[in-house]
Design a protein around this ligand. Structure first.
Ligand code: FEO
Ligand code: CA
Ligand code: CA
Ligand code: CA
Length: 628
């Protein structure tokens, strides 16, 4: 993937954008004063950048894609990945079977070509979490607490084996894409895979445990949400809601008490500590400090030790997509997905090198910064550097390790802007602009409204566009604007701001993952649409970012009831689109518990004896050609 801006058109694009920006800035102030007009002024219709017929929004048990396209599951939970792996049998699922099969709740999907044709490649997939109540027959649990109490040691070990990630070689043949069973690259990473802690916090006493007095070796990665693929062909995977795995309480007055609260420990959603004392805070108070990092994995060497890169900070990591700075350093954009948390950026100290191995430890040294969005449309990256701006012993930061372990507290003390749940962030390689998905924030109040988070409460989320100054991803400053406020534009009280060209099917709520195709177009996956919230299932919408149609969304694909949409990813030729269907079969309402016996759908198999299965789906144009 090239990060080089498209030189001949860049200046024109920037010029056009800045004049538009200045205009928008004026209208933004007016809109704020008027309580945010529900629609932007209708723009003249120019031909769309997209040529697919729009899908009808809706919600049912099936996956739907725009006419002229086909969508087919490629990898389902439990599919054997190795020649010795048993076939999926939900009645006999075991940890040993699961660690040789595709894991649960696929989220991030990355494609790394293995040859110049791009018809063979490695698919790297995060398995974020597990829904025990949908995975195991006979739990008969009324609520989460009852699930936790009911699970057996074997089931917990199966859950741990269903977490982490998969590396799967896939090849495109006449009949379509298929996994290569027996490929030397195949790998499962689980919640028990040995992983190294590297970078400034590695070996720090706060990362040491009884089981690992070195503070440099941890078992497993958990709650890996989104991620990224680096130009040197590694996979970055963000550990997100790590707090849910820890039970019990820290000893009274323990030094980690404030840190534990900041990351949300104290509301366990898993039974793991019942059988694995490292997930019991009373017994292993430092274990949570070993999670919440970005993990770098070399998918070309299944024997390699994955590395938690502490230089990128510890918080609830969403994605880790990046781009090169003008002088060749690697820049990773990072969202901390929680209400009132922040947008971060890491800039490597060294430059990317053509020789792959030379980048092996590039992400161990560099500067982590956090974004401050000023009300006037400018912004600044505030560096999280020990010793500067009060990040010192007087504020409880004795070293850079402390700053990184408690990145949230450091960010707040610098005056970073609290955001409405930052999810995926992607840089557009053609324009240099950066897109931030802010999924929602029901807790923002009206008096907490400000230009970068303009609705309180924010039920439907918004998308911010950042333009680095000098189009340099390493620049200290940037300009920004809200590209779109999501939700139904027909309801004035929602204050949505899609362009007037957006149809009834075209608007969406709760942007989460995103990707940019080979033509520089933005594709957005959603999490949280349902019958009650928006009357539609989650799915994929495109969002135009250029020209008169800027801010126009169009519906491309929707997932079965209960599921959210993850992992959008294109092959380099744009002929194949991978999407991940996560937790199909959950009830169609927030907070309700599903069950193995009565899921809301049995997608994708629709067999009475099979539960719904999270799956990676391949989308192609019928008869071939580029997507969209
Ligand atoms: Fe795992 Fe922020 O979504
Ligand atoms: Ca997400
Ligand atoms: Ca992405
Ligand atoms: Ca999500």
């Amino acid at each position: 993937m090239s990060d080089t801006p498209d030189a001949p058109t860049l200046d024109a694009v920037i010029a056009q954008r800045f004049s538009r920006r200045d205009l928008m800035r004026g209208s933004l102030a007016a809109a704020l004063a008027a309580g945010l007009a529900p629609q932007t002024v209708a723009a003249p219709a120019e031909s769309s950048a997209f040529d697919f017929p729009e899908l009808a929004a809706g919600i049912d048990e099936h996956l739907h894609v725009a006419e002229g396209y086909e969508a087919r599951p490629l990898l389902r939970w439990g599919d054997p990945l190795f020649p010795d792996a048993p076939a999926f049998d939900p009645q006999k699922q075991s940890p040993r079977a699961q660690e040789r099969q595709f894991g649960y709740n696929n989220d991030f999907v990355g494609f790394i070509p293995l040859d110049a044709t791009g018809q063979r490649g490695l698919l790297v997939v995060n398995h974020e979490y597990t829904n025990a109540e949908l995975m195991f027959p006979g739990l008969k649990a009324a609520d989460r607490k009852a699930v936790i109490a009911a699970l057996s040691p074997e089931q917990v070990a199966t859950e741990m084996a269903a977490h982490g990630g998969s590396v799967v070689e896939i090849v495109r043949e006449a009949e379509g894409w298929r996994p290569v069973i027996g490929s030397p690259y195949t790998r499962r990473i689980t919640a028990e895979t040995p992983i190294a802690l590297t970078g400034p916090a590695a070996g720090h006493p706060r990362l040491m445990t009884e089981a690992d007095p070195s503070g440099r070796r941890v078992l497993g990665m958990i709650n890996n949400c989104s991620g990224g693929v680096t130009p040197w062909g590694t996979w970055l995977s963000g550990e997100e809601n790590i707090n849910y795995y820890f039970s019990g309480a820290l000893p009274s007055g323990h030094a980690e008490t404030g840190n534990a609260k900041a990351i949300g420990l104290g509301s366990p959603q898993y039974a793991w500590s019942r059988f694995h004392p490292r997930f019991d805070l009373a017994q292993a108070p430092n274990e949570p400090n070993r999670f919440g990092w970005v993990v770098e994995i070399d998918p070309f060497d299944p024997a390699s030790t994955p590395k938690k890169r502490t230089a990128l900070g510890r918080f609830k990591h969403e994605g880790a997509a990046g781009a090169r700075s003008l002088d060749g350093r690697y820049v990773v954009y990072l969202g901390d997905d929680e209400r009132f948390q922040h947008v971060y950026r890491f800039v490597s100290e060294g430059r990317t090198q053509a020789e792959r191995e030379a980048n092996a430890d590039l992400l161990d040294s560099g500067t982590l910064s956090v974004a401050r969005f000023e009300p006037d449309g400018t912004g600044r990256w505030l560096p999280l550097v020990h010793g500067a701006n009060g990040l010192d012993a007087s504020n409880g930061f004795a070293s850079q390790a402390d700053v990184l372990i408690e990145a949230r507290r450091a960010a707040k003390s610098l005056g970073a802007t609290p955001m409405d749940r930052p999810e995926d962030i992607e840089a557009n390689p053609r324009t240099g602009r950066v897109y931030v998905m802010l999924t929602n924030n029901g807790k923002r109040t009206a008096d907490q409204e400000e230009p970068a988070n303009p609705r309180g409460p924010n039920a439907f989320g918004h998308v911010i566009e950042i333009t680095p100054d000098g189009t340099d991803h390493a620049a200290e400053t940037f300009r920004w604007e809200v590209l779109v406020r999501c939700g139904d534009p027909a309801k004035p009280e929602v204050k949505a701001s899609f362009s007037a060209l957006t149809t009834e099917n075209g608007w969406f709520g709760m942007p989460d993952n995103c990707t940019i195709d080979g033509r520089g177009r933005l594709w957005i996956a959603t999490d949280g649409n349902n019958r009650r919230a928006t009357g539609r299932a989650d799915g994929i919408w495109v969002l135009e970012t250029e020209g008169p149609r800027r801010g126009t969304a169009r519906h491309f694909l929707r997932v079965p009831v209960g599921a959210e949409m993850c992992g959008p990813c294109f092959t380099p030729d744009d002929e194949t689109f991978f999407v991940a269907v996560q937790h199909p079969g959950e009830p169609d309402e927030e907070g309700a518990l599903g069950s193995y016996e009565k899921p809301s759908t049995r997608w994708p198999d629709f067999a009475p004896d099979l539960p719904p299965r999270p799956s990676v789906v391949v989308v192609q144009r019928m008869g071939g050609g580029r997507i969209g």
